[in-house]
Ligand binder design. Structure first.
Ligand SMILES: [Zn+2]
Length: 211
């Protein structure tokens, strides 16, 4: 079986959105073998740090938390498309030339995956691209940047997708992934009432399931 881990390691030195210190995780050792007989640590983390899922509540006041997504969404057929040639925003024009399957998750591989730090000019999904994706019938969209959009003051990309409960997966690492069809596993922590959650995300070769 081929399993590709497409999530970011959670560590103090990891890239965070706009290099903001409050987005940096704090991992604190609360007990160790010097002070006692067990080892325990505590994690304090912004829900949007690293690889994570956004729920509608992130952008829409009464949009709902992670529970709006059906559980089937945590394990989905998925297509990875290569957009490493795009320099700025991925638009309707870029997407309409590609095969995008209804009922599947779509992952956008861009040149972000080849950049280790936070790049303020990261490649993103532009509003017309998000609007086009609604017509395709996808169930979710993921990208290898810490935000699915930038330079759009009204957050149109997020709102267009979240209004229709299209799941957004951000902070993916797709450098080692080639374009193609996979099974995506990406499940949030079970935290009621919140607008996002860190996830561990994997792609699995469809051959393993004889699909
Ligand atoms: Zn987010």
């Amino acid at each position: 079986m081929t399993i590709i881990d497409i999530s970011m390691p959670i560590q103090t030195s990891m890239p965070v959105y706009k290099n903001r210190d409050e987005k940096r995780p704090i991992i604190q050792v609360v007990r160790d073998f010097v002070s006692g007989s067990v080892y325990e640590s505590r994690l304090s983390i912004d829900m949007h740090t690293g690889t994570h899922i956004d729920a509608p509540l992130h952008m829409i006041e009464d949009g709902g938390d992670l529970a709006v997504y059906p559980k089937e969404r945590w394990v989905s057929p998925c297509t990875v498309l290569d957009f490493t040639h795009v320099k700025d925003g991925i638009t309707e024009k870029d997407l309409m030339q590609r095969d995008i399957l209804s009922g599947e998750f779509l992952l956008l591989k861009t040149q972000n995956s080849f950049y280790e730090g936070f790049n303020p000019d990261f490649v993103y999904l532009e509003r017309t691209g998000a609007e086009y994706l609604l017509e395709t019938g996808i169930i979710g969209v993921g990208i290898d940047s810490l935000g699915i959009e930038r330079s759009q003051p009204g957050h149109e990309t997020h709102k267009t997708l979240l209004r229709e409960r299209i799941m957004i997966l951000e902070g993916l690492r797709l450098k080692e992934v080639t374009e193609g069809r996979y099974i995506l596993i990406a499940a949030p922590l079970n935290i009621p009432g919140v607008e996002a959650s860190p996830v561990r995300a994997f792609l699995i070769d469809r051959g393993f399931f004889n699909l």
